[in-house]
Design a protein around this ligand. Structure first.
Ligand code: 8P2
Length: 448
């Protein structure tokens, strides 16, 4: 029997996001976000679901905090909804919005849980989208004004800040692939959005430093792991391009202050240029205190001429898959974070999201027996220990998600929570995975 054990200072947490859990979409002065608009657009979200009510955490946050305390986590990652603070994106501050997050932050601290706040988890004020959104560089200034208000309001109590969640999703998934808000399908537009979000990240780090606040700041990128299906050079190169679109395209600017040249040239060959202004790359490459990594899946990629953006295609080989169709490939977590450490040095790493979608139901015994999710977590925790043992500076892990919640274009049809949400009654029911993680945290590990 081997023992998987974690350092005593390892930060265990769970993660959520404002639009996915809060509901109260039109309460206490909140303005509309691009997701309120997108979800109301016929055909964009499964079953026409919206975040109007979601998990109603706006009113039930105390229940959520009690679940977090019972779970035994040290930290809780959540996001602030920009439209609650600036309903029109800029201009007058909505004090009731600040009051809500003050209640959440104070409640967490009273429960002995550190708040970790994401500034931007996709709910851009619609009023700013109406003026071009992230394609408009002026949105960067609006973001800075929003960041300053929340830094000043909460910077004495919130010691961990994440500027952006998954800039690849904000840019390419939402403005090129088009399945997320605002739903454009323009590669140059998406490239502009990615760059402007990266500049906004760097400017927010500079602002945070200037305020001399007693915490740490970083950002979160979703990293993938595409392995070449064979050792053929064309497969190796195709996998490298596919991986780099999600990984180097964002990590190089953030951690080295430059875009990966081989990808710049690949996009230039498609007529795409990055709208870099003088000083942008120095701004983006501002030193940060940690890098957040969201990891879910990995797989194999091979060359296929004129296929997709990178002359590549994914190869479906014998992986188990979760209910959302993602491969279960725990070793890819070890590979991608080992690669990150080799490429970018000893910057502290937090896994800011990891979890599985399974088809959950409340059983007759009142429990939710999500065995596949328990197995997923068990296997990924083993990779976390491998990483720590190999010297990778992995400092913490946030399970996605505390609650079943609004899963973007999948609506409520896909569940990632370790706590089941009944969307009729809004009753929360801890799943077997919740109790598994609770035990791992309380015992500092588990036997395999
Ligand atoms: N899909 N999926 C689950 C999860 C999503 O719910 C989060 O909001 C994102 O940060 C990231 O995509 C991962």
């Amino acid at each position: 029997m081997a023992r998987i054990s974690f350092p005593k200072d390892f930060v265990w947490g769970t993660a959520t996001a404002s639009y996915q859990i809060e509901g109260a979409y039109d309460e206490d002065g909140r303005g509309l976000s691009i997701w309120d608009t997108f979800a109301r657009t016929p055909g964009k979200v499964v079953n026409g679901d919206t975040g109007d009510v979601a998990c109603d955490s706006y009113h039930r946050y105390e229940e959520d905090i009690a679940l977090l305390k019972q779970l035994g986590v040290k930290s809780y990652r959540f996001s602030i909804a920009w439209p609650r603070i600036f309903p029109q994106g800029t201009g007058e501050v909505n004090e009731k919005g600040l009051d809500y997050y003050r209640r959440v932050i104070d409640g967490l601290i009273a429960a002995g849980i550190e708040p970790a706040v994401t500034l931007y988890h996709w709910d851009l004020p619609q009023a700013l989208q109406d003026k071009g959104g992230w394609d408009n560089r002026e949105t960067i200034d609006a973001f800075l004004a929003y960041a300053e208000i929340v830094f000043k309001a909460f910077g004495d109590k919130v010691k961990s800040w994440i500027t952006f969640n998954e800039t690849w999703c904000v840019s390419f998934l939402s403005n090129f692939i088009g399945v997320h808000a605002p739903g454009h399908t323009d590669l140059q537009l998406a490239t502009n959005v990615a760059h402007h979000c990266l500049v906004a990240h760097g400017r927010a780090v500079q602002l945070y430093r200037s305020l001399n606040l007693p915490g740490q700041i970083g950002t979160t990128h979703n990293l993938s792991w595409s392995e070449p299906y064979t050792t053929r050079p064309e497969d190796v190169e195709a996998a490298r391009r596919s991986r780099a679109w999600g990984n180097e395209w964002f990590l190089e600017p953030t951690l080295k202050g430059s875009y990966p040249q081989f990808m710049v040239e690949w996009f230039r060959g498609k007529g795409i240029e990055v709208p870099i202004l003088e000083g942008d790359m120095e701004t983006i490459g501002q030193p940060i205190d940690f890098i957040g990594v969201n990891f879910y899946t990995g797989g194999y990629t091979r060359y296929k001429k004129d296929s997709g953006l990178f002359d590549s295609e994914d190869v479906q080989v014998g992986f188990d898959q979760t209910f959302i169709g993602w491969n279960v490939y725990p070793e890819a977590l070890y590979k991608v974070l080992s690669w990150l450490h080799e490429e970018y040095g000893d910057i502290p790493i937090y896994i800011t999201e990891n979890g599985a979608c399974t088809d959950d139901h409340v059983a007759e015994d009142g429990g939710v027996h999500d065995a596949q999710r328990v197995d997923y977590y068990r296997k990924h925790f083993i990779q976390c220990q491998r990483l720590i043992d190999s010297g990778v500076p992995l400092k913490g892990y946030y399970a996605w998600s505390l609650l079943d919640n609004f899963e973007w274009a999948e609506g409520y049809a896909k569940r990632f929570g370790i706590v089941h949400t009944d969307y009729e009654t809004l009753e929360r029911t801890p799943k077997d995975s919740y109790y598994f993680i609770q035990k791992v945290i309380s015992e500092g590990g588990f036997d395999v």
